[in-house]
Structures are given as structure tokens and as C-alpha cells.
Ligand binder design. Structure first.
Ligand code: ADP
Length: 603
């Protein structure tokens, strides 16, 4: 797809659409700095014209004083005044750059926080949507610098407009035509700049998937969790080559845009130079004819040349504002993304103690056509333990994701205590359910906190950690770690300790025990890295601790599965068998076949 073929909605955004919002953002970030910034900008805008005017006075005073020692003093005073003004200009620009640096730091942080806060509100569906993910990536990459840039440019524009107006007032005394030439000569390069800024932005948007791939490859090549496989499978050169190829492709496009941009810049810049020298000749002739003084000639030349710079600065500020606007449209598109409506209010169910009921549930992942679950009907009562059995990809994890509210079914209902999950207040719902997913997170924080995150309100509760660790059978190995519960995990940080997969699983189990409010406990293959004896012991222990709760276990080990009160067999997204171990064996169906297969393996 060509960049031009993209929807160009954002182009219509208008130069000022986001300027107000960006200004409001900067203003609310630091009011004092913004005010100082604005005042300095205005002051330094007025000074150049004053300097040019004093320059004229100096030249004329010097010319008048030739051979007249009594007049020397006057000329020297003017020189002194100019020196003070120039000093003020440099003080002003220092002040401006100080305001900019401080604001940039604060604003960058603020926007990043906004982006990360928004990320907390998003649904799983949005996270897994690649187009959406692109928006997030783009917002993170550029948007933290753009609001300040937009404000900088707005101020630069104001500053140069002030300078330019004061120059125009001075130049008008020479000729209104000169003022007109000054303005018109700057426009061609402005239009070229704006066009190229738009092209650059479309290129940036269009490339998001490629940039995302590049970032991903960087992660794979440079992160410790991938290093093992990358080395052993010798994937480094392969991925590095892909990384290089993407760069070459992107670079070719960049180069062509840069070449066009600079060539046009040169050609149109020559227009401005030609205009300057035409006016130079005109002013020179007027001076030679005696129509204006030498001092006036110096001033007009200075004013015209600097006026051109100011026109160029104004126009490039407008061009830049246009560009910043385009990038900010990205940020706001992301921030305004509607979050899933968490309208549920219920803190308790209508039929407390009813447990979980799936009725006619069907589910298809967004972006996919094939339903993963069909017609699921299931009642889970408190005090019962369930085991979900089925081949890989049968839909077991998906069932858990629906139960926990991470996704919403496309048809049918899921009720907890007689109330639809959608009507539950998400906070209350989450507190009722403790889950350990197969791919649980391994946080690079301390061991204790890794367990503590199971209940955000007690993250830093050492007594809670050790109780949960005891229940999750992790306390034995934790006490042997160099700093016990305060041992840093992972290799990103100093003295970080790595754990074995089995040890990590025990940490994850303990995490599930951290939240004592949870009365539905789900373990999605939590013990795959443990040996069979440890898994069986753990499950027994687990059942004792949870006898009034609903426990759901997903496992491929039938020695454990058989101990569950109810076994649910899922095949291709449907529940095909259900009952106790004895009942299912008697049925001689799928479960019985799988069980016998595994049992044979042990004979
Ligand atoms: P199980 O836990 O039984 O191994 P899952 O519930 O994880 O199976 O997956 C069921 C099916 O759903 C699989 O075919 C898988 O490819 C698909 N699937 C899982 N997660 C997603 C997802 N986030 N987006 C799209 N399809 C998915």
C-alpha cells in the first residue's frame, strides 16, 4: 500500500485543532513555567527591532561625529545601549531554553503517565487487536515530545510575529513594497514544508506494523528471557538480518523523502535570496541618491534580512505546528479510545451461594471467525472441585478467561451467585476469583512482593506472604534463598536471582492463596513443571484448604484429575462428558480412552 492510499482523515485536523489542548496540557503541568516562558518569548520578540533601531542611531551618530569630538559621547552612549539590549536578548533566550527543558521533562512524564493510565482501562480484546496496539506504540513513541513542541512552536510563532511587526513598522518608512516582498518571498518554501511534513507523517503511520516488528526483534535479540533459545537455535543472524532488512526498506523511503524535501528547500530558498539582493540593490541606490542616510541604509538592510529570517521562522513554526498536530492526533485518538463500559454495580449476587452457571455460552475471539466455545452449560457449586480435561486448543483456558470476565461471551450468560457477570462491579468480581494462568507473570521484584501481588491491598504484608507461601508449598525453598522473602528475582536488576520453573509455579500458587476473599480458585496447568508426586500432594493439600470454595483445575495428569469431584471433558469447544472419575470410566468414552492411554504409559 502506498502512503497516499491511506485514509487522510487526520490531514483535515487543522493546524490549530490540538494547539489549544496542547497549551492546556502544558498550562496544567506547570503554570509558573508557562507564564515565564510566554513573557520571555514576548520580550525577546521585541528586542531585535529595538537593536536594529539603535544600530541606525549609532551609524548616524558616528557619521555626524566625524571630526566633531563633542559628539563622540552620544555615539558611545548608543553603542552602550545596544550592548545592553544584546545582553538582554541572550539572557532571554537562556531563560526560554531553561523553561523548555524543565517543561519538556515534566510534560514527557505527564503524557507517559496518561498513556499508561489509559492502558489500565483497556480490555483484553483491545490489547490483542494489532491495529489498536499500533496506536499505542505510535502514541508512546512520539507523543510525549509533541505537546511541548507544539507549544514551543506556538510561542516561536508569537515571538517572530512580534519581531516581524516591529520590523515592518520600521521598514514601512522606507517602502510598503519592501514589506510586501518580505512576506511573499517566504511562502513557496512554506507550502513545500507543509506538504513534506504531511508526507512524513503518513509514512510514519503507514509503517507502524514494521516498526513494531523492529521493536519486537530488538526485544528477542536483546532480552534475557529469549537469549537461551536464540543462542541454542542460532537464531541471532536470522533475526538480525530481518531487522536489517526492515531498516533498509524504511531507510530507502526516508532517503527519498529527505532528498525531495531538501532539494525543494534549496530551490525555494534561492527565491528568498534573490528577493533579498533585489531589495539590497534598491536600498543601495536610494542611499547613493541621498534619499536615505547611511544609518537608515544599515537599519533597513538589517531589518530586511532579519525580517526574512523571521518570516521563515513564522512559516516553519506553522508548518511544524501542522506536523505536531498530526502526531498529536495519534495521541488523542489513543486516549479517546472508548474503554469497555464497566457499568456493572453489583457487589453481591441475587442468589448467594449458587456458584457459577454457564448457560448456552458461545464465544469467538475478536478477529476470528471460528467459535472457540459452543453451547456451554455448566453449574459449579461451592464446595466442589472440578477438573477440566481436553486436548491442547480444546478451549479450556478460554472458558476460564470468560469466567474471570477478561472476555464476554457472544451468546448465552455466565452468572455468579445468580447475577450476570456483566452486572457485577468488576472490582468485586475480581476479588471473588483467584486464578493462576499457565503463562502467569514472573515479576522482576522481590519474592515476597511476587506473592503479595495476589492481593494488591496486602502487597507489602510479610505475614501474609509467609502464610500464602506455606499454603502454596513455597516457603521451604524461599527460606533458603539468600535474602529470604526480600530476594530480588529476575536478571534485570542487581543481585537478581533466577528460579526454576517449578519454583516459579509454587510462587504463582502462593499468589493465588494471597487473596483470602477469593472463593473461586482456578489453576490452569499450574503444576506442569512439578513431578507427578508433588502435583498429587499439592492437589490434596489444596482441596483441604479450599473445602468451601469452588476449585477448578486444568491438568493433563489423570492421577490428579481423577481426584476431582467433577470432571468436565471438553472437545473442540464443546462439553462432551461430565461426571466423577468412576462414572466417566464406566461410560467408556473419551475420558476413559485418554485415562487408559496414560495409565498404559506407566505400566
Ligand atoms: P486450551 O486451553 O484448551 O489448550 P485455549 O482455550 O487456549 O485452549 O484455546 C482454544 C482455541 O482458541 C485455540 O484454537 C486457540 O488457537 C484459540 N485462541 C486462544 N487464544 C486466542 C486469542 N487470544 N485470540 C484468538 N484465538 C485464540
Amino acid at each position: 500500500m502506498q502512503p497516499d492510499a491511506l485514509p487522510q482523515k487526520t490531514d483535515g485536523a487543522g493546524v490549530l485543532r490540538y494547539a489549544g489542548r496542547a497549551l492546556a496540557l502544558v498550562w496544567s503541568t506547570n503554570k509558573t513555567l508557562t507564564v515565564v516562558f510566554a513573557l520571555l518569548t514576548l520580550a525577546t520578540g521585541l528586542l531585535p527591532a529595538a537593536i536594529a533601531f539603535v544600530g541606525q542611531l549609532i551609524v548616524d551618530a558616528v557619521v555626524a561625529a566625524i571630526g566633531e569630538p563633542a559628539l563622540y559621547r552620544q555615539a558611545l552612549i548608543y553603542i552602550g545601549i545596544e550592548a545592553v539590549l544584546v545582553a538582554l536578548v541572550s539572557a532571554g533566550s537562556r531563560g526560554i531554553s531553561m523553561c523548555q527543558s524543565l517543561l519538556r521533562a515534566q510534560l514527557g512524564h505527564r503524557v507517559n503517565v496518561l498513556i499508561l493510565e489509559k492502558a489500565q482501562e483497556l480490555s483484553m480484546t483491545q490489547f490483542e487487536d494489532s491495529e489498536f496496539y499500533d496506536k499505542l506504540t505510535r502514541a508512546r513513541r512520539e507523543a510525549s515530545s509533541r505537546p511541548l513542541s507544539l507549544v514551543n512552536r506556538t510561542f516561536t510563532l508569537m515571538q517572530n510575529a512580534v519581531t516581524l511587526t516591529s520590523y515592518a513598522v520600521l521598514l514601512l518608512q522606507f517602502s510598503a513594497w519592501a514589506v510586501l516582498i518580505l512576506f511573499i518571498a517566504g511562502f513557496p518554501s512554506f507550502f513545500a514544508e507543509t506538504k513534506f511534513a504531511g508526507d512524513a507523517f503518513r509514512l510514519f503511520r503507514w509503517r507502524s506494523p514494521e516498526s513494531r516488528m523492529q521493536m519486537y526483534l530488538e526485544t528477542v535479540l536483546a532480552r534475557e528471557d529469549h537469549a537461551k533459545e536464540v543462542k541454542l537455535f542460532r537464531l541471532g543472524p536470522l533475526f538480525l538480518q530481518r531487522y536489517r532488512d526492515i531498516f533498509s526498506r524504511l531507510y530507502a523511503e526516508d532517503r527519498s523523502l529527505t532528498l525531495r524535501r531538501e532539494t525543494w528547500g534549496l530551490v525555494l530558498g534561492l527565491v528568498a535570496t534573490a528577493a533579498f539582493y533585489a531589495v539590497y540593490a534598491w536600498i543601495g541606490i536610494s542611499t547613493m541618491r541621498g534619499a536615505i542616510s547611511l544609518g537608515e541604509m544599515t537599519m533597513y538592510l538589517l531589518v530586511f534580512r532579519q525580517g526574512q529570517t523571521a518570516v521563515a521562522a513564522c512559516l516553519s513554526a506553522i508548518g511544524g505546528m501542522y506536523e505536531d498536530n498530526l502526531y498529536l492526533s495519534n495521541l488523542y485518538e489513543y486516549l479517546e479510545q472508548s474503554s469497555p463500559d464497566a457499568s456493572g454495580q453489583a457487589a453481591r449476587g441475587e442468589k448467594p451461594g449458587d456458584g457459577v452457571r454457564f448457560t448456552g455460552v458461545r464465544f469467538t475471539y475478536p478477529g476470528s471467525r471460528r467459535p472457540v466455545l459452543h453451547d456451554i452449560n455448566l453449574h459449579l457449586r461451592p464446595g466442589e472441585s472440578f477438573a477440566l480435561v481436553g486436548e491442547n486448543g480444546a478451549g479450556k483456558t478460554t472458558l476460564i478467561k470468560l469466567l474471570t470476565g477478561l472476555y464476554t461471551p457472544n451468546a448465552g450468560t455466565i452468572e455468579l451467585d445468580g447475577t450476570d457477570l456483566r452486572d457485577w462491579d468488576p472490582q468485586h468480581l475480581r476479588r471473588r476469583i483467584g486464578v493462576i494462568f499457565q503463562d502467569f507473570a514472573r515479576y522482576q521484584i522481590t519474592v515476597g512482593e511476587n506473592i503479595g501481588v495476589g492481593d494488591v491491598e496486602r502487597v507489602n504484608d510479610p505475614a501474609g506472604w509467609s502464610k500464602a507461601a506455606e499454603q502454596g508449598m513455597a516457603d521451604a525453598f524461599i527460606t533458603e534463598l539468600p535474602a529470604g522473602y526480600d530476594t530480588q528475582l529476575g536478571s534485570w536488576f542487581r543481585d537478581g536471582q533466577e528460579l526454576s520453573s517449578g519454583q516459579w509455579q509454587k510462587i504463582a500458587l502462593s499468589r493465588a492463596f494471597m487473596d483470602s476473599h477469593a472463593d473461586i480458585l482456578v489453576m490452569d496447568e499450574p503444576t506442569a513443571s512439578m513431578d507427578a508426586a508433588a502435583e498429587a500432594a499439592l492437589f490434596e493439600h489444596f482441596r483441604k484448604l479450599t473445602n468451601d470454595k469452588i476449585t477448578i483445575l486444568i491438568s493433563h495428569r489423570f492421577s490428579t484429575v481423577r481426584r476431582a469431584d467433577q470432571i468436565v471433558v471438553i472437545q473442540n469447544g464443546r462439553i462432551t462428558e461430565r461426571g466423577t472419575h468412576a462414572e466417566l470410566m464406566a461410560l467408556r468414552g473419551h475420558y476413559a480412552t485418554l485415562f487408559s492411554l496414560q495409565a498404559e504409559g506407566y505400566r
